[in-house]
Design a protein. Structure first.
Length: 291
């Protein structure tokens, strides 16, 4: 026991003092990657078995729910095309920079850290897939965290719930900017330094502000769950509930920095308007409009 504790302290000291020790740790992580895959096999086998023996009625109900969800999303996409075209035209009038698409890479969970004092996980994408330290990670609902170490085939993610993690956010309702920090709990985040007079309400959606350049703008992070005003105090006590669901999700997206922004061109405006209306725009070559 004492020997293990001594070795652990020696390794922590070496990692803190020796810069090359981080590279050694990444190489060791590459060696244990097959072990992590083997550990994840039982859960994958259980998921496959549950899918095989699922009752037919449950599959029918799930299929119906998915069809309803598909119709709802299709309606939203149709409305979004019109709003996108309008937004592009307004930004063109203001000579604003064009909104940039955020490239992404799919990944799957390998393991969750068992340490109760840290909130980290390991995913199955690494340096060979282009992943690097600092990239943000999302699930289907919202921001999960960011990459803190990379090996050849796996990456370690520090989640927003960790007490050492902070994210610059803004209110989706009025644009007020704040800092959200983890509390060590999966279901609660702290919103820091909120002035007592700030216009923040329970239910406000907090999204990434894009400040600092680490997290792209506009991705959901948390929803305000509690606002406490203490008379005489300059700051309010604000708590938020994370949007992401790291305890349930198995598939994630790693976001890459978008390409450099350029001014919106007339071709981009016409393409967006054509997508929204489904018709060619005036000014196109007459020969292209003929069948």
């Amino acid at each position: 026991m004492l020997l293990c504790a001594f070795i652990a302290f020696a390794l922590m000291f070496a990692e803190h003092r020796l810069p090359r020790f981080a590279e050694l740790r990444a190489e060791l992580s590459t060696l244990v990657t097959p072990v992590q895959w083997l550990v994840s096999l039982p859960s994958d086998a259980l998921s496959w078995g549950a899918l095989v023996i699922t009752d037919q009625s449950e599959l029918i109900d799930e299929n119906r729910r998915l069809r309803e969800q598909l119709l709802t999303l299709s309606h939203r996409v149709q409305r979004m095309a019109s709003l996108t075209a309008e937004n592009v035209r307004l930004r063109e009038l203001l000579h604003a920079a064009q909104r940039r698409q955020v490239p992404y890479l799919g990944a799957e969970l390998l393991s969750l850290d068992s340490d109760p004092f840290t909130h980290q996980m390991v995913i199955d994408r690494g340096r060979s897939s282009g992943v690097r330290v600092g990239l943000p990670v999302m699930d289907a609902s919202g921001l999960i965290g960011q990459v803190i170490s990379v090996s050849a085939y796996t990456s370690r993610i520090l989640m927003v719930a960790d007490a050492s993690h902070a994210v610059p956010v803004q209110s989706n309702r009025n644009g007020l900017r704040f800092i959200v920090q983890g509390t060590g709990s999966y279901d609660t985040l702290d919103v820091l330094h909120v002035a007592d007079t700030a216009d923040i309400r329970v239910g406000d959606l907090l999204v990434t502000s894009g400040l600092g350049g680490r997290f792209p703008e506009g991705f959901p992070v948390a929803r305000v769950s509690e606002v406490i005003h203490d008379p005489g105090e300059p700051f309010a006590q604000v708590s938020a509930e994370p949007i992401a669901q790291p305890e349930r999700s198995r598939h994630f997206l790693i976001l890459f920095p978008p390409p450099r922004a350029t001014l919106i061109s007339d071709e981009a405006v016409d393409a967006a308007l054509e997508t929204a209306s489904g018709q060619p725009q005036p000014g196109e070559d007459a020969a292209e409009q003929q069948p």
